[in-house]
Design a protein around this ligand. Sequence first.
Ligand SMILES: Nc1ncnc2c1ncn2[C@@H]1O[C@H](COP(=O)(O)OP(=O)(O)OP(=O)(O)O)[C@@H](O)[C@H]1O
Ligand SMILES: O=P(O)(O)O[C@H]1[C@H](O)[C@H](O)[C@H](OP(=O)(O)O)[C@@H](OP(=O)(O)O)[C@@H]1O
Length: 386
Amino acid sequence: MSKINENNPVIGYWMSERKRQKLNWSEFGKVCRYSGFELVKIDLERPLEGQGPFSVILHKLTEFIARNDQQAISLIKSVENYINSHPEIVVIDPIESVKILLDRYRSYGIIARSRLNDIDVFTPIYVELTSNNIAENIKKLQTYGVSFPFICKPYVAQGTNDCHKMALIFNEKSIVDCKPPCVAQSFVNHNALLFKVFVVGDEYQVVERPSLKNFYPSDRSTIFFDSHNVSKSDSSSQLSILDPEDQAYVPRIDDKKLKTIVSVLREELNLTLFGIDIVVENETGRHAIIDINVYPGYDGFPNFFNSLMNCIKKKLMEKHKNLTAENRINKTFLNCSVKVETKLEQDDSGFDTCDSSDERKHRQLISSTSINSKMNTVSKKIVNRT
Ligand SMILES: Nc1ncnc2c1ncn2[C@@H]1O[C@H](COP(=O)(O)OP(=O)(O)OP(=O)(O)O)[C@@H](O)[C@H]1O
Ligand SMILES: O=P(O)(O)O[C@H]1[C@H](O)[C@H](O)[C@H](OP(=O)(O)O)[C@@H](OP(=O)(O)O)[C@@H]1O
């Protein structure tokens, strides 16, 4: 394990050039220098081992994780191997956790199985469509209770050109417009208002964004759209213009529920940087989580870089504390095991204790067992103290 240079900790990062520009990432470099950190862009063309040591690795590698070609797979594998051989590094965010969120079906399942149902927070009914057989898909949609209209979303949630291309389907004859493999999710009327929650470690902020207007089952043809034309802060899609009879009502998010949503998902997802898209169902006021994103754009999050730096410092302190506790436990075990070996050697020292060999073995077993139980007590005490 390479020693971290605690006097000049290095944050290694990688994200697309597009994201660097959108975030104005050079400003974060100033925040890092002010806080005594060095910010270094990781060169994915070279082995990571020679580029460290890093205190933190911050990445958005979704475009490589989302690909299934050999080059991308081996790149991600090499990053995972490096991270696994350096447990001292804070990783934002763990690649395994990112992989789950790139799969819409899996991420909806996490919400559906979470305790958020206890507070009437839900993900709209959804089903995966893997077949091109229309009759099979109609039956599956009926069996799972996906109602019209529903949205067909690509399986892969981020990192590809098509992951934001969607279809709003209003009737059975239009099911042919689904492009499996995809996820079909019942549409929830929410008066074209989306609550985008940006999470940075223990902090979160909510921004309001335009969304889709209310839609109802009909014989109208499918609406194809790109989500990035609908719900960006500067989006002005025709699909967001409410009908006159809907304009009076403005949905409101429940702050208490929101706090629980963030806390539950932070735990379930094991992520530091993520976005949660919430709509409030018109008729019931129920909160529906329609999407979760890895490392979103944080557009509208005040002082994002300061919050990011504070989060990094906090995670470094937690990592240091855990590693210290681990080292103390290991040292204690080492001391104890040295004592055990010494004691066992003494017993086997050849001095004639007049014990039979069976008695000697029995005594050795008792002494090592009692020392092991002492070690367990010691480690519990150390862990509780940290
Ligand atoms: N179940 C739903 N009910 C109502 N509207 C929905 C539903 N799912 C998606 N939408 C609408 O479609 C938009 C895009 O959906 P979604 O967030 O799943 O796509 P996305 O490509 O992951 O978007 P982004 O990456 O910007 O978060 C949402 O902002 C919302 O306006
Ligand atoms: O409006 P937000 O911040 O949610 O927009 C995000 C979007 O949700 C996706 O996370 C995008 O990631 P990709 O799907 O991989 O493109 C983000 O793009 P990015 O270039 O900022 O990573 C959007 O910001």
